[in-house]
Design a protein around this ligand. Structure first.
Ligand code: SF4
Length: 552
């Protein structure tokens, strides 16, 4: 191995910080440096705050000194350097505690030592003078430890740089770390899903929950046609005729949805774009029109997705899993809703039978067309049985099967509107995970909707919208007159109807349930994201858990 080769002008230098990640876990290095995924959790924020505070202090130190070297292949910003006994010494500040040896003496963690060693070598090259040591201040205990810049540490730094450069050329993610305890403190655990990966290798494992249960922030829906959306300081302001102005701090918004013809200012658009807040436009009837979403840095994820989803065998296998999950969801819901009443169960007997047959047929389908046939038969049986599940609805809300584009009755208008909201939610999760929504595995590409969104929506139609909607109709929460606009050709929701549907949908997304595979509780909103991440694991990481969750 040669360490003397200078990094070429086209190869970016490695960040010294990245050596810290590399020593901790190669997968973490890859996610951060190659895929450019960086999530700032509370400990990262606390660390940044500490560095900012320190930067405000003045003293004999030189602070935040940036150094780069094409010979070492490194660039980085030291926290500080001090002149001691004739030598400059790099200093690094750490929020946590030092490592302790068996005698209880404090020392540097290997990843921290690598980081300060790299700063020392950069400084050495810059000054042309030998740097004897570097120091790390561990603030949790107020302890400073010395790290000798000896040959062992120099070799470790150079070896790490070589390893980092080699990993950067790799197309696939390195495996998860064997040091399970490290994942608990890792800020990228919700992206990496190491526990879910371990579970898919050992189904008896009880995974530690590292995936967050809820999404922070709110989705802001703007329903009024006359609404004006503008930026005001660090807030988004919504005002208009016949409505009280509403102000939302930008850090509390995770998505903005404009229904109909509300106006948004260019400043507000720029502001949302700069904060990566997605904006979606839906028609008054609930059709998804367009979205402004963000997915920078996802090149590697797109390439892996493309490589997987251009293989017909992979697509068929994923489509089969999806259709099986969908039909089983419909079947379980039907059985669950008629469990107590023999008469009801008798009325849906044919549908239940048809769903069981479709399930069997889908499991043995040898092509996508056959799968579509089974899905179609199941959908027909499911929709035919829905009137039985609506005993308190009143005739205004009893559907005659499924109809759409345009919906011809109130039930179908509600169903279509909720599915549009679901489309937007699934799209956001796909973008957040870094997949390409236009590249799916089951639905036929068409210009009006992204195939991957339609593919994944199949997993959630029943649980996220059908169930709460049918419940709300049985509780008589809808006014057949004021909540709908009805013409000869179609039925759609009025402004009050849309508002009610949005509240019902968003409430459902916040509801928690116990995931039957991972056995931890999480909101439906997070469940959608989890499923997208598990889909990605089918081709990058450990497959096996995608589309396995079912209604209980
Ligand atoms: S969660 Fe664990 S395996 Fe994944 S990147 Fe972090 S430390 Fe590595």
């Amino acid at each position: 191995m040669s360490f003397e080769a200078e990094v070429s002008g086209t190869e970016p230098l490695l960040r010294v910080m990245s050596l810290h990640a590399l020593e901790y876990c190669e997968r973490l290095f890859y996610l951060e440096e190659v895929e450019e995924i960086r999530l700032a959790d509370s400990s990262v924020y606390a660390g940044r705050a500490m560095h900012e505070e320190l930067a405000l202090e003045e003293g004999e130190e030189r602070r935040s000194y940036t150094l780069s070297s094409t010979i070492l292949g490194l660039t980085g910003k030291m926290d500080a350097m001090r002149h001691r006994e004739g030598s400059w010494i790099p200093y690094e500040h750490k929020k946590g505690r030092p490592m302790r040896n068996e005698k209880g003496e404090p020392g540097a963690w290997p990843s921290d030592a690598l980081q300060v060693g790299a700063y020392g070598m950069l400084l050495e090259e810059h000054l042309g003078k030998k740097i004897p040591e570097a120091r790390i201040r561990y603030h949790a205990e107020g302890v400073t430890v010395s790290v000798p810049l000896d040959d062992t540490l120099r070799l470790a730094v150079r070896t790490a740089v070589e390893r980092g450069r080699s990993l950067r050329t790799q197309k696939s993610r390195p495996p998860i770390t064997e040091h399970e305890g490290r994942c608990i403190k890792c800020s990228l655990a919700p992206v990496c899903l190491p526990e879910e990966e371990r579970l898919s290798k050992d189904e008896n494992r009880e995974p530690v929950r590292l995936f967050p249960a809820h999404v922070e922030g709110t989705t802001v829906h703007v329903v009024s046609h006359k609404a004006r959306i503008s930026k005001s300081g660090e807030t988004i302001r919504i005002e208009g005729e016949e409505m009280e102005p509403r102000v939302f701090p930008v850090n509390e918004i995770n998505s903005l949805v404009i229904h109909g013809y509300g106006q948004i200012s260019t400043q507000a658009l720029h502001f949302c774009a700069s904060r990566e807040i997605p904006i979606h436009w839906l028609s008054s009837g609930g059709t998804y029109i367009a979205g402004l979403t963000f997915g920078a840095g996802a090149v590697h994820r797109h390439l892996r997705q493309y490589a997987a989803l251009t293989q017909p065998g992979v697509c068929l296998a994923l489509a089969r899993k999806t259709v099986l999950a969908k039909i089983e969801g419909q079947l379980r819901y039907l059985l669950r809703s008629t469990r107590q009443l023999t008469q009801k169960r008798e009325s849906v007997r044919n549908s239940v039978q048809a769903l069981r047959e479709s399930l069997h047929g889908a499991a043995h389908s040898e092509g996508v067309e056959a799968l579509r046939g089974m899905e179609g038969l199941a959908a027909k049986a499911y929709f035919e049985s829905l009137p039985v599940l609506l005993p308190l609805a009143g005739e205004d809300f009893i559907p005659e099967g499924r109809n759409r584009r345009p919906p011809k009755d109130r039930f179908n208008a509600l169903l279509s509107f909720g599915y549009s909201l679901l489309y937007r939610t699934v799209l956001e999760s796909i973008i957040a995970v870094g997949l390409e929504p236009a590249l799916g595995y089951y639905h036929t590409p068409r210009s009006t909707a992204h195939p991957l969104v339609l593919d994944l929506m199949e997993l959630f139609r029943v649980s996220v919208w059908d169930i709460p909607l049918i419940g709300s109709i049985n509780r008589k929460q809808w006014d057949p007159k004021s909540d709908f606009t009805i013409t000869k050709e179609k039925v759609w929701l009025s402004e009050t109807g849309r508002k009610k549907a949005i509240v019902l949908f968003e409430r459902r997304l916040q509801e928690s349930w116990k995931h039957p595979v991972t056995e931890y509780s999480l909101s439906y909103r997070r469940t959608i994201e989890l499923e997208v991440r598990l889909l990605e694991k089918e081709w990058s990481g450990q497959p096996g858990l995608f589309a396995k969750s079912r209604l209980r």
